[in-house]
Ligand binder design. Sequence first.
Ligand code: GRF
Length: 194
Amino acid sequence: MTPEPLRTAVLISGRGSNMAALVKASDARGCPYRVDLVLANDPDAPGLAFARERGIATWARSHKGMKRAEFDALLDAELRKAGIELIALAGYMRLLSPEFIARWEGRILNIHPSLLPLYKGLDTHQRAIDAGDSKAGCSVHVVTVELDDGPVIDRAEVPILPGDTAADLAARVLAEEHGLYARALAGFARTLQG
Ligand code: GRF
């Protein structure tokens, strides 16, 4: 018997194109995850509209003025209420508290726009260009308390072309992110299904 798809939440802060790609990929027959909830730490995050149009439950609240652990406790409560089993960070531009990560250990993935372990943190594309690299890319990894540091599940590469701006490179990498994240999340969900 095919196991039930894992109940999955996606955390966003902005555009949400990776979240949309994960949702669209989950339409495929036999997909081992299902996006049941989209959460944002910004009520104006543009990606929320896509989730709502698709009939996916959303929760959005600004973290401003709240302690990290306090805000993450709200997130945790929403995730538990929805019976979430797996979390995908998709352009979620806020560090999660160690308490939150410990509660969801081994169940949070992130996509990062560099070939990890290179260029953790921000400005990844400009840093790759400035270093004279010939290739860049994106990585999906398990989230641990250190930023962009957990075990890498999969990566995709793109070339850096002469004259590339950071925006050119970001667009080329983003096109790869969408497919990579959907594949990696599905593969990871299968391992959790056992
Ligand atoms: C992506 O490049 C992702 O790798 C990075 O932030 C960007 C988010 O884009 N962490 P989107 O919100 O998924 O469109």
